[in-house]
Design a protein around this ligand. Sequence first.
Ligand code: GDP
Ligand code: IMO
Ligand code: MG
Length: 416
Amino acid sequence: MSKADLIVGIQWGDEGKGKIVDRLAQEYDVVCRSQGGHNAGHTIWVDGVRYALHLVPSGVLNPKACNIIGNGVVLNPASLIEEMRQFQHLEGRLFISDKAHLNLPYHAYIDQAKERLKGEKAIGTTGKGIGPAYADKISRTGHRVGELLTPALLCESIMETLASQQAILDALGVSLPSKEALLEELEGYKKALAPFVANTTQMVWDALDAGKSMLLEGAQGTLLDIDHGTYPFVTSSNTVSAGACTGLGLNPKDIGTVTGIVKAYTTRVGHGPFPTEDTEEAGKTMADVGKEVGTTTGRRRRCGWFDAVSVRYASRLNGCDQFALMKLDVLDGFETVKICYAYMLDGKMIETMPSSLENVTPVYEEMEGWGKVAGVRTFDALPENAKRYIRRIEALCGTKVGIISTSPDRNDTILL
Ligand code: GDP
Ligand code: IMO
Ligand code: MG
């Protein structure tokens, strides 16, 4: 029997999960997504070609790997169908849980209408209907992928749900499809997706029982977790490692090595507190050099220094065995680099994560920068100051760095 290794975002998402899953997927039989939806944007570069994945697991570029979209995902069929067009021969190597919940166009309209109404207090969601789709699931008014196999029944059922929510939808100004249009849409989804719908819970058990190797691909990041993130500026799923169990039907004993994906600095897209944000020259340089533009929404990401307080917290929450330290090359050429090792809150210095980051200010230490790590492929070839930066992160966060990434390319990756 084997265990499932896990990749989890440690900050506010976009740490580089896609690159690492793709790099490691060459050695795995099965790659699974367990939560989130098409709010995720995972970028992979292979031989100068860019792939942006939203729902399809990042193992898809390994033709031998089987890819599973688990029950914890909220699935937008139109987005998935569009994404699947980039790849050939997916039948037999892509499976979607029949228990995953549907994220349909009206969820996005509700999401966008609610954000508009919130005005200045908006979360800055991706507008993809993630919150409303999960809200339907938790309210037990959701619809599941398995129901796509009987479109007429599903259509009836959705119309009933919408009728029961009519007053709210009217107040939000959300217009709904006619029954005929909805049925036609659902029939199209069935035609495209029926061959991929499966009992993936049993599949993941069978795979582990047969000794197959399995990699679980987290979406978003720990600080966006619905319970443990910077609420309410979070997403609507459990992004921490524990969420991968419920999102696939695994138990905690099924989990093997946990790798936390950490950027060498910090980014955030959308609103909410960000103690180490740098709105001056340094942050602008990080954004430009790191090409920090959202993969899903094209929004510019906010940038700032490495925050060891929140990373240490995230490492403990996820049970990280190691970190993959990403985008170290983006800090190339900085004369000095800063690490936040504590916060000031109400006049006191704290080194642990408070339940809100609204009123904290960062306490920094400063280190000498280094020349160039871009494209470096061995640890020994890294400049001494870059090695010192890595060792300092390990010491402050209590987790060893096992992987270092020095460019977007699959091959510019140091495995220690
Ligand atoms: P994900 O959501 O965690 O998969 O990350 P995204 O794909 O949204 O954002 C990470 C971005 O950084 C992508 O454009 C990657 O191609 C890029 N990237 C990943 N690793 C590195 C690296 O080590 N150096 C540089 N310069 N870019 C990287
Ligand atoms: P990947 O998997 C970065 C952010 C949004 C917003 C908040 C809520 O690529 O790392 P939502 O649409 O989920 O209700 O938005 O969460 N967000 C992400 N930020 N990377 C992501 O995914 C994200 N998915 C959602 O910007 O602040
Ligand atoms: Mg992303």
